[in-house]
Design a protein around this ligand. Structure first.
Ligand SMILES: [Zn+2]
Length: 102
């Protein structure tokens, strides 16, 4: 997974195309991410014990990882990244636009 929690990403496909937001959650099993404010769906909730009123709640739905792009913290563009393995075994993500670590 090239996207991590708290990354800023841009949505490049679907209803929320063009939106940017912070990654709230990564779901590696499904290759999906939840992005703050993107792909918001309305759910109709019936009143229950916890929620006396019921009504419509808005919630972000997961987006497939291929439909988002990482926003580089250096050049502020939606970019592709490559992985670089350091000598100490850690990996870094390198912005292919400005060649800096993201
Ligand atoms: Zn960059």
């Amino acid at each position: 997974m090239k996207i991590r929690k708290d990354d800023n990403v841009k949505v490049i496909a679907g209803n929320s195309r063009g939106k940017t937001g912070k990654v709230l959650k990564v779901i590696p099993d499904k290759n999906r991410v939840i992005v703050e404010g993107a792909n918001v769906v309305k759910r109709h909730q019936k009143p229950d014990r916890n929620n006396q009123q019921g009504g419509i709640i808005e919630k972000e739905a997961a987006i497939h990882i291929s439909n988002v792009m990482l926003i580089c913290s250096n050049c502020k563009k939606a970019v592709r990244v490559s992985r670089k393995r350091n000598e100490d075994g850690t990996t870094e993500r390198i912005c292919r636009s400005c060649n800096k670590a993201v």
